[in-house]
Write a protein that binds this ligand. Structure first.
Ligand code: NAD
Ligand code: UD1
Length: 339
């Protein structure tokens, strides 16, 4: 059974990918410091898969912990999710982000080189496209970022590109996720943000379940069909499966390749509210507020390259996203904290 090291494997996207890996016959080994996740995730994954994933609680910047893990296991590939992802916090505490996301990636790459593990799939983000000049966005669009979180993603992309030029044994696949949402259809794993969510989908779900009073829609004066922001929302299980496709499509002269992971469809904030109300039967009251700093009007992917080169395309649409988001939120109103 091929072993895959999954950094950040108890997090939102990591946990769904661990399930997909187990279902596809891989043996995932998770390293996570539980900064933004908890051990309950392991119980839930075990309930879904009937297999408990191997888990090591450690920081990815801990060189000796990495050395021990790579000495014990022979990995086919690394999937690198671990890192911090809150845009606002990254503006206030940039060093925390550079240290975690950039130093963490460098520590991991050093351990991989020492132990001759040369393949890595990296969690990048559509944030590297900044305010896009045109949509749908292709992988060759201009890269620009507007905050420290985005900088860390672009910096790691550049580090990986440089390494692949310097030493052809390295093979890197950068997956640029658009907006990951939804949950596993079992309702056992999903997104459990700390405090008040910044992102749209968990916010809507928490309003519907009565944890929050009302959604604030950040602006209805954008140049979009209904004036609210348009995004490409990708079901987290489709996103998880993209990682399996990525690790099964490393080419002999692979170098460093980037793929958009989105549906190619854009939906507005109000489209999302309506679709969620339909799926849940709950009302989601909202008010229109001023624009949020740093937001762009419209962002959606051209996902043609990932279909062509790694054979991946989203299978789930808005109906499945809303059904699974509601199922998760309804069954776990307080996330992984039982009350
Ligand atoms: P998450 O916070 O749920 O998961 C990240 C995991 O990494 C957490 O379990 C956390 O405890 C762990 N972690 C953080 N720092 C660590 C460290 N130094 N050592 C070991 N573990 C550490 O986030 P997610 O939504 O699952 O995102 C996974 C990756 O995808 C991140 O790199 C994120 O930047 C990227 N990404 C996420 C989104 C999104 O909207 N969720 C969009 C684009 C890209
Ligand atoms: C945000 C981040 C982006 C990150 C992505 C991860 C910002 C500026 N951008 O993207 O860097 O990669 O999350 O998924 O933080 N909205 C509301 N009310 C809310 C929340 C959101 O109206 O309470 C709107 C936003 O204005 C936007 C849309 O919903 O139009 C989606 O927002 P969000 O889920 O935060 O994602 P992004 O802004 O696309």
């Amino acid at each position: 059974m091929k072993k895959i090291l999954v950094t950040g494997g108890t997090g939102f996207i990591g946990s769904h990918t661990v399930v997909s890996l187990i279902e596809r016959g891989y043996h995932p080994v998770i390293i996570d410091n539980l900064d933004n996740s908890c051990r309950t995730v392991l119980d839930r994954v075990e309930r879904i898969c009937k297999v408990r994933p191997t888990f090591i609680e450690a920081d990815v910047r801990d060189a000796s912990a990495l050395d021990a893990i790579f000495s014990e296991h022979d990995f086919e590939c690394v999937i690198h999710f671990s890192g911090l992802k809150a845009v606002g916090e990254s503006v206030e505490k940039p060093m925390r982000y550079y240290s975690n996301n950039v130093e963490g990636s460098i520590a991991l790459l050093k351990a991989m080189r020492k132990h001759e593990c040369w393949k890595l799939v990296f969690s990048s983000s559509s944030t590297v496209y900044g305010d896009p000049e045109q949509v749908p966005i292709t992988e060759s669009a201009k890269l620009s970022v507007t905050n420290p979180y985005g900088q860390t993603k672009l910096m790691v992309e550049n580090i990986l590109r440089d390494l692949s030029h310097a030493d052809q044994r390295w093979k890197f696949t950068l997956l640029r996720y658009f907006n990951p949402v939804g949950a596993h259809e079992s309702g056992l794993i999903g997104e459990d943000p700390n405090g008040i969510p910044n992102n749209l989908m968990p916010y809507i779900a928490q309003v519907a379940v009565g944890r929050l009073e009302s959604l604030r829609v950040w602006g209805n004066d954008y140049d979009t069909p209904d004036g609210t922001g348009v995004r490409d929302y990708i079901h987290v299980v489709d996103l998880a499966e993209a990682h399996i496709n990525a690790l099964e499509h490393f080419k002999p002269s692979h170098g460093c390749r980037a793929y958009n992971i989105g549906t190619g469809e854009g939906y507005s904030v109000l489209d999302m509210v309506k679709a969620f109300e339909q799926a849940s039967g709950q009302r989601v009251p909202y008010s229109i507020e001023a624009r949020r700093a740093g937001d762009v009007a419209t962002s959606y992917a051209d996902a043609g390259l990932s279909a062509k080169e790694i054979g991946w395309a989203a299978q789930r649409g808005l109906a499945e996203i809303m059904r699974d988001q509601w199922n998760w939120q309804h069954n776990n109103p307080n996330g992984y904290t039982e009350q």
